[in-house]
Ligand binder design. Structure first.
Ligand code: FES
Length: 106
């Protein structure tokens, strides 16, 4: 599936991310800056925060309680489209997903 990461300055990069991995891994394994992922993907750090583009938000399932709780600890303001990218498991349903990286993660 193809996922697009947009940095704060508006630069967009689209990459192929293998199914079964996460939106967080798609960034870190392609040297896309803006995701820290301190806890390594365990929903315990909130440094993999992304804002999902409204046009593609329907591709995602709602956040589970552990993700929802941790979203209260993001460095940048939580918005209705805030998600933890490590909890977004990549499947074919996510093809075309667009996420915006926040200004900072900690
Ligand atoms: Fe730590 Fe996502 S990598 S919460």
């Amino acid at each position: 599936p193809n996922i697009t990461y947009v940095t704060v300055d508006g630069a967009a990069r689209s990459v192929e991310v293998p199914a079964g991995t996460s939106v967080m891994r798609g960034a870190t394994s392609n040297d896309i800056d803006g995701i820290v992922a301190q806890c390594g993907g365990n929903a315990q750090c909130a440094t993999c925060h992304v804002y999902v583009d409204e046009a593609t938000i329907d591709k995602l399932e709602p956040a589970q309680p552990n993700e929802d709780d941790m979203l209260d600890f993001t460095a940048c303001q939580r918005r209705p489209n805030s998600r933890l990218s490590c909890q977004l498991k990549v499947t074919s349903a996510l093809d075309g997903l667009i996420v915006h990286l926040p200004e900072r993660q900690n």
